[in-house]
Design a protein around this ligand. Sequence first.
Ligand code: GTP
Ligand code: MG
Length: 426
Amino acid sequence: MTTTTTLRVMTAGSVDDGKSTLIGRLLHDLDLITDDVLHDLKTASQRTGRGELDLSLYTDGLIAEREQGITIDVAYRYFRYKERSFILCDAPGHLQYTRNMVCAASQVDVVLIMIDARSGPTEQTRRHLRIVEMLQVSTMIFVVNKLDLIDFSQQRFLEIQSELQRLAPVLVIPVCALEGDNIVHSSQAIGDNRIHWYVGPTLIELLLKTQSPSRYRAESKLRMFVQAVLRPTGENSLNLHDYRAIAGRIDSGSLSVGQSIKIFNASGLAPQNCIVTEIFSTSGSVKTAPAGASVSLTLSDEIDVARGDLITDSQDTPPSQMELTATWCWMHEKPAFIGQTILVKQASRTVRAKIASILSKLDLTSGHFCSTTSYGDETLQANEIGKIKLRLMQPLLNDDYTEFPGTGSLIAIDPQKFDTLGAAVL
Ligand SMILES: Nc1nc2c(ncn2[C@@H]2O[C@H](COP(=O)(O)OP(=O)(O)OP(=O)(O)O)[C@@H](O)[C@H]2O)c(=O)[nH]1
Ligand SMILES: [Mg+2]
């Protein structure tokens, strides 16, 4: 059981469905908002005419967010409860800020997809759901909010529940974030038990029970990016005059002293082979180091290594290709089109590429990809998800995202303005 590990939880869903309020309510009811912050929230709520206490202001701290009453940027809150550490990310629901949501979703273990009970799932709910599926987030929970606005109707909840489970077969929980039902306290514990027909766990009980998967795949092949080259200098380092080590974190696989490794230069030159002569971890010199460990290595040869280079096992020939087909979420208002020149970044490496074809687009309702010819539109518009085939000027690794999240993901960059155009998984 890994319940002492950190759980990274994010809110998602359409604009105004109550994501920020839910996070504020969760921390408030766990008694984790300090008196001075609570005082500031009350003052800000009253000043902006939002009643006695608007808990959405706890994460919506930007002036522009408070003026408009929407979330713009992802906000993070950290807390510990019952021997478990949590990182909460509050993402925006607005279509225009879908890119911020994608960025946050690529880093979390659990996504709470919120739904306003009055409207049920909207197009933006389905878009967020499909983005979460694309990024293979391990746990997803549907949170049906604003039960007070449907008179706590079980029948309406059941209708939404079956609609949601047709979209994805995951758990659905009814809550009222405004007043706190089923967040930390059950509706029954709050007093008049307005959601008496729900006998399942509260949100915090669910989160305490959720397993957090390891971010580092020990059973996969070795992947480690060089984060720094260590060359101690100065008076205190005279005895380290010739010392040179490379530091980084082992993303997958493991490393041992004597292991033969290959270093792929970020500029795309042929890989160089060498042997690991020493490994230092936080506990000093070690013979082996597992996935997830931050280490520094000394090598058998004085080879050219720089930040961003990729280390693999010398036996491993990661497939590298001049053509790559990946699933993209397009983020730029200018749509992707056939023949477009872009820069593609994979981990620390950037190469030029051309869009060879836009093969299919994701249908948000069914979750299936449909050929672009059936749409009669061979572009990928902002916030659409689709499969794009790229022709690369230099090869990139064709690492599967499920096994290698670091190298199995790409971003597209505008070669003139350097805007981020989209994000993809292989
Ligand atoms: N009646 C009622 N109102 C709620 C509930 N939860 C949130 N609200 C209100 O809904 C409005 C929007 O809440 P937010 O928490 O800002 O919504 P959001 O999902 O974070 O919005 P964006 O981040 O902009 O997408 C606010 O006025 C909240 O007070 C609820 O359970 N019941
Ligand atoms: Mg919000």
